[in-house]
Write a protein that binds this ligand. Structure first.
Ligand code: GLN
Length: 197
């Protein structure tokens, strides 16, 4: 079975764990560097990116997370998690992990609209996805290898760049697990492990 970690420092951790389990994979809370061992993939949940970053530093997770990214394993950042992955955060001198080839802008949908829902058409999903946005960022720039998977109101809200998947909204907050399942499909299958030598 696929083993998927969820960075469990702050934010929508339980909801991601529920969604991963609903897709038939094993979900593992990640708080310490050793928790990253033996994972096939990792989710960085939404919350508040500045707070999560502070906790990442406090728990000594920055280098282990960069190492995890360098290992090529899939990583999925939702909302604040996308901000943590981005190679650049508009208006900020330095990125956080800086591993995904996108530029993000925080709190992009106006102060008065702190949260809203929208029916999104996502590349790879047959029917629309009802997405929850909470003080959401959006993607303002993408690299040549980055695939835009969804736009809302002319703004990029979901993209994939190699092993990295990111979205502005919270796919884990509804009972629709198609985006979690899309992410789990990015994990290479361990073919041949059950075959006799
Ligand atoms: N606005 C938050 C930030 O900048 C993200 C919000 C969220 O994750 N729902 O970190």
């Amino acid at each position: 079975m696929k083993r998927v970690g969820v960075l469990a420092l702050q934010g929508a951790v339980r909801e991601h764990i529920h969604s991963i389990e609903a897709c038939g994979a094993i979900a593992i809370s990640v708080k310490w560097p050793k928790d990253l061992e033996e994972l096939d993939a990792l989710v960085l949940p939404g919350g508040e990116s500045t707070t999560v970053r502070r906790l990442i530093d406090r728990y000594g997770l920055m280098e282990p997370l960069r190492k995890f990214a360098n290992s090529g394993k899939p990583m999925f950042g939702t909302c604040a998690g996308l901000i943590l992955l981005a190679r650049e955060v508009a208006g900020h001198a330095a990125p956080h992990l800086g591993v995904m080839d996108v530029v993000v802008e925080r709190n992009s949908f106006g102060r008065q609209v702190d949260s809203f829902e929208a029916e999104l058409s996502v590349t790879g999903l047959e029917a629309p996805f009802n997405a929850v946005f909470i003080r959401a960022p959006h993607i303002v720039g993408v690299g040549p290898e980055t695939k835009v998977l969804c736009e809302h109101d002319g703004k990029i809200v979901m993209a994939k760049s190699g092993q990295f998947l990111g979205c502005s909204f919270h796919p884990e907050l509804t009972d629709d697990h198609r985006i979690t399942s899309y992410f789990l499909d990015m994990i290479p299958s361990k073919t041949g492990t059950l075959l006799p030598n």
